[in-house]
Design a protein around this ligand. Structure first.
Ligand SMILES: Cc1cc2nc3c(=O)[nH]c(=O)nc-3n(C[C@H](O)[C@H](O)[C@H](O)COP(=O)(O)OP(=O)(O)OC[C@H]3O[C@@H](n4cnc5c(N)ncnc54)[C@H](O)[C@@H]3O)c2cc1C
Length: 395
């Protein structure tokens, strides 16, 4: 099996997971991250079995079980009365059906676990303060150029540098970003601040309202509640996790919503409310040149309405490592990788976009009718969560 010097731009969840998959397969890897230190924002992330297979293969399952929560169920409720529109079982059922758990975690905890795993393979794998400015590709290799003027050489470059990827920009130009019409609120609240009688069950709860929805779940063994709320608005701001907004603006968007959701918003630190404007980018089918490819959000930016962006990035890393092992040159391996990832990631991106319409229906009658016609659990179990990137046939 060939082994390569692999350069990765970006130490997000996707870049870190890919680095470990590639080092496990015997490659030498360096990740170049623009930030001065490794960090993730204070929000939740859900990881279903399809990505968990890879994390288990990297030996991370015990650590993930320690810090995560396995929700009992996925529950769709009306925003005001809390009426259950649909519910499917997670926890033991998800693990029984797919052979791996569905876990909800704090992003910072998850990022730390991934970074520690990568550094256990090689303590110098992550190079900080290295903003990628561009690359030069030749027949025999890649030279990666940094904003500080330095450069490094390798055999293969992976752009895992997120939504605004510099690697993607040089390969194909910037993806066209269109405002979706939605802003996303995010906050977390320590559970002890919420009176016991108005706490939500230990589930993934999605409240659906007219022109908005709210997602609530638990983190850190149930000690923290995570809230993510999408609302339709013409007030376009930055596409950034770190823009703070007044708590009063958040509350104005949720007037009349269910008391259990409002109890979370009321208990939030009023100076720790963040809002992000959500943009969509169309899926593309070409991600690679002969020695450069993309992975995660740089390849297939998605809306968060199916909670699969990071899961797809983790799947990408595992499939790319397998493709490099199966082909005896990099170009053929990148073809194999892309060919086997494009249909799945496009389907997820399109389904995530379609969920926006489902989650924002205008009337209760429309919501009841839409959910009466579908079986979310059976559908997702059939194609989404059942994919195993370690064993799926690569053609
Ligand atoms: C509200 C919300 C909720 C979500 N919930 C879920 C969920 O529950 N489950 C799920 O699977 N997904 C979820 N996602 C999606 C998920 O967060 C992303 O898909 C995932 O983080 C993408 O990882 P990435 O590594 O590709 O990119 P990123 O996490 O963006 O990492 C990119 C890294 O590259 C670095 N970088 C950027 N430019 C450069 C450069 N020029 N040089 C060097 N470094 C650079 C950045 O600093 C960063 O560290 C959610 C997204 C949102 C917005």
């Amino acid at each position: 099996m060939p082994d390569y010097d692999i350069l990765i731009a970006g130490a997000g969840l996707g870049g870190l997971a890919a680095a470990s998959c590639l080092m496990k397969a015997g490659h030498r890897v360096r990740i170049y991250e623009q930030a001065p230190q490794l960090a993730e924002v204070g929000a939740g992330i859900q990881i279903s079995a399809n990505a968990m297979h890879v994390l288990r293969d990297l030996g991370l399952e015990p650590a993930i079980r320690r810090i995560g929560v396995q929700p009992e169920a996925y529950v769709f409720r009306l925003h005001d009365t809390g009426e259950v529109l649909q519910r499917f079982s997670l926890a033991a059922d998800h693990e029984r059906i797919h052979g791996a758990p569905y876990t909800q975690m704090h992003r910072a905890d998850f990022h730390e676990i991934l970074a520690a795993r990568a550094r256990a393979f090689d303590p110098d794998v992550v190079q900080l303060n290295k903003k990628v400015a561009g690359f030069t590709e030749t027949k025999s290799g890649i030279e990666l150029h940094f904003a500080d003027g330095g450069s490094v050489k390798g055999d293969l470059l992976i752009g895992a540098d997120g939504l605004k990827s510099a690697v993607r920009r040089q390969l194909f130009g910037d993806a066209v970003a269109t405002y979706t019409g939605d802003a996303v609120w995010r906050l977390t609240v320590p559970i002890e601040r919420i009176p016991e009688d108005i706490r939500l069950e230990k589930a993934m709860t999605l409240f659906l309202g007219s022109g908005g929805h709210g997602v609530c779940y638990y983190l850190r063994s149930g000690m923290l509640v995570n809230f993510v709320g999408c609302v339709e608005t013409d007030d376009i701001d930055e596409e950034s996790w770190t823009v703070k907004y007044p708590w009063e603006r958040l509350m104005a968007d949720y007037v009349g919503w269910h008391p259990k959701l409002l109890a979370i918003l009321n208990a939030a630190d009023k100076d720790q409310i963040y809002r992000w404007s959500l943009f969509s980018r169309p899926p593309t089918r070409v991600w690679s040149s002969r020695r450069v490819t993309l992975l995660g959000d740089s390849a297939h930016p998605t809306l968060p309405y199916l909670a699969q962006g990071a899961a797809m990035a983790i799947e990408d890393g595992a499939v790319l490592a397998r493709a490099l092992a199966m082909e005896n040159n990099i170009g053929a391996a990148l073809d194999l990788y892309q060919r086997n990832r494009v249909d799945r990631t496009t389907r997820i991106v399109e389904q995530s976009t379609a969920n926006r319409a489902l989650f924002h229906l205008r009337s209760v009658d429309e919501m009841r009718a839409a959910f009466a016609k579908r079986n979310e659990g059976a559908d997702r179990n059939a194609w989404l969560y059942s994919y195993n990137p370690l064993t799926v046939e690569l053609r």
